[in-house]
Design a protein around this ligand. Structure first.
Ligand code: PMP
Length: 354
């Protein structure tokens, strides 16, 4: 392998034209010998996550339908990546953005959104995902703002059907694809990709995963919703979990399509600690720097690999970049000062600091 000779990706008229077409990358050092694992690495999107796709389609869908007027404020409840994606899209198109977010999510997410020009309204962590959602709804109603509604809008699964899934179909055209592994936040990825794989690659097993301590789908209980498909209660099985971006404290409407349509063959729980461990290994042993949800999806992919027949091919979604997690448990124990080993290295040649 060497640095590629390349002609470049070409000239783009807007940052928005660079959303999607993310690379599918083979795992070379930590995958089991007889199974091939690829990751679809969504950190390559311009604002660093899979949610850039959704953000672009929500705004452009609303523009097409005349629901969003020039200069109108956009508002959304988001744990971060959707907010960062929306902030990028709104900045490029000139819409003001207000994001509501529980104060438990990482500091860098708030600061990133503010850096991208958005306003961030914090809600108490005790009110969970439901609380930040309520706040966004109230602000939209009180001010006549456009509520992005990532958990209900048809624009969500649609963009994954039209982009993420098409990229997968194209990358694996004429090749084996035995398993597709993903978690869910809104469920847009699994519902959109599921629509296409079920039709065009029916042999591909779809594996859905959720946090072991917030196994909402596995519980069999579906929270109540109103006429707009918004949740009207928190899910009783929800517990706070470290996999940011996954599993809010309700089962979203967008995910319901995958549940009703049998878009997954297996539902596997994963412990947050395993996700953190595999995220670290992906970075340190493969050079692939993804967040906790990526590590968790990869943990499940490695589980699937254990019992998969030799020669199987697995595709694992990696939703975002690990840079978004510097102040979270992902970086716990990563030293700021020199370790003993580093001090010894420093002292091993003449120009060392005392
Ligand atoms: N991982 C992270 C870090 C996310 O932000 C999200 C989206 N909230 C997901 C995974 C899940 O994607 P989806 O909403 O398409 O289910």
């Amino acid at each position: 392998m060497s640095v590629r000779q390349t002609e470049g990706r070409g000239l783009f008229e807007s940052i928005l034209d660079t959303v999607g077409d993310t690379p599918t990358v083979r795992i070379n050092r930590i995958a089991p010998k007889d199974v091939t694992i690829y990751v679809k690495f969504e950190a390559f999107n311009p604002a660093g996550s899979v949610k850039d796709r959704l953000a672009l389609n929500i705004i452009e869908g609303a523009e097409r339908r005349g629901e969003l007027k020039p200069g109108q404020t956009v508002v959304e409840a988001t744990s971060g990546n959707t907010g960062i994606g929306l902030a990028m899209v709104c900045a490029a198109k000139g819409y003001p953005l207000v994001v509501t977010m529980a104060d438990s999510f990482s500091i860098e997410r708030r600061r990133l959104m503010r850096f991208l020009g958005a306003k961030v309204v914090l809600t108490p962590r005790t009110a969970k995902g439901f609380g930040m959602y309520q706040k966004a709804k109230e602000l939209a109603e009180a001010n006549g703002w456009f509520l992005a509604s990532q958990f209900e809008t048809a624009d969500n699964a649609e963009i994954h059907e039209n982009t993420t899934a098409r990229e997968i179909i194209s990358d694996f055209n004429g090749k084996k694809l035995d398993y597709f592994v993903t978690g869910y936040g809104t469920g847009g990825t699994v519902s959109g990709v599921g629509r296409v794989l079920r039709k065009e690659r029916p042999e591909t097993k779809i594996i859905l995963t959720e946090p072991a301590n917030a196994a909402l789908v596995a519980s069999g209980y579906i929270n109540t919703r109103n006429d707009s498909h918004q949740p009207t209660e928190g899910h009783p099985e929800f517990q706070p979990h470290p996999i940011q971006g996954w599993t809010p404290d309700f089962i979203p409407w967008v995910l319901q399509e995958a549940m009703d349509g049998n878009y997954y063959d297996e539902l596997l729980p994963v412990a947050g600690a395993d996700g953190i461990e595999w995220s670290r290994r992906l970075a340190a042993e493969e050079g692939i720097f993804t967040g906790i949800s990526g590590g968790s999806t990869f943990a499940v992919s490695m589980k699937v690999a254990e019992s998969a027949p030799d020669g199987s091919v697995i595709l694992c979604m990696l939703p975002d970049t690990g840079e978004r997690y510097l102040s979270t448990p992902l970086f716990e124990g990563i030293a700021e000062d020199m370790t003993d080993e580093e001090v010894a290295l420093s002292q091993s040649t003449p120009s060392h600091q005392l």
